[in-house]
Design a protein around this ligand. Sequence first.
Ligand SMILES: C[S@@+](CC[C@H](N)C(=O)[O-])C[C@H]1O[C@@H](n2cnc3c(N)ncnc32)[C@H](O)[C@@H]1O
Length: 208
Amino acid sequence: MKESRKFHPHNLDILNDPDRLGWENPDVIWRELGLTDARVLVDIGAGTGFFAVPFARKSPAVTVHACDLQEEMLAWLREHLPADLQGRIKLVKMEETTVPLPDGIADLVYMINLHHELEDRGAIMAESFRLLKKGGTVAVADWKKTETPMGPPQEIRVTEAEISADLQRAGFRDIRQHPVLPYHNFVTGRKSGGGPAFPSSSSSLPIR
Ligand SMILES: C[S@@+](CC[C@H](N)C(=O)[O-])C[C@H]1O[C@@H](n2cnc3c(N)ncnc32)[C@H](O)[C@@H]1O
């Protein structure tokens, strides 16, 4: 039987390790996104809310739809949801490739440490495109396919070029690589139709 790539809920404490702030700090990612007006966020593969919680706190106007496939992750997040964020982080049980939310609701769809677990990357990219407003941003951050001090097995990791190509195939434009994280590729794209430009640390490399 094929071994599952999915993060095992028994290892949930790893996701809450404060050491992560040193190498995949939510504030660094948020700053790089530069989305001062983002209101509706969709977090695909939210886990324990390591990103959903700080992103929701960026503004009282922000709502995060925290989506996950595994009921155990959603149950943990439900139980530990900070009081000030009740009602602003909405828990969503999704299936492998479908999110039960309407078309065109999101300013930002992001997925962090998810890409290597996906069974159908193309389908999730298409679903992200569907969920975004015109001008909305998709952001993917996942482990570099090189030696790192921790992280999933290298053979299941995805290269920056593959992530960029996934985004392009799904119809995203203005695809940019953001070299701001030591162990992660961080790539964004935009659903055409207007919207924010990215700050200067991003680069628009050719897609290989
Ligand atoms: C490694 S954890 C990362 C969690 C969080 N993004 C973080 O970085 O702290 C990956 C999460 O994605 C979820 N997941 C895996 N495949 C998924 C899919 N197709 N749709 C939604 N969630 C998925 C897993 O259940 C797990 O909670």
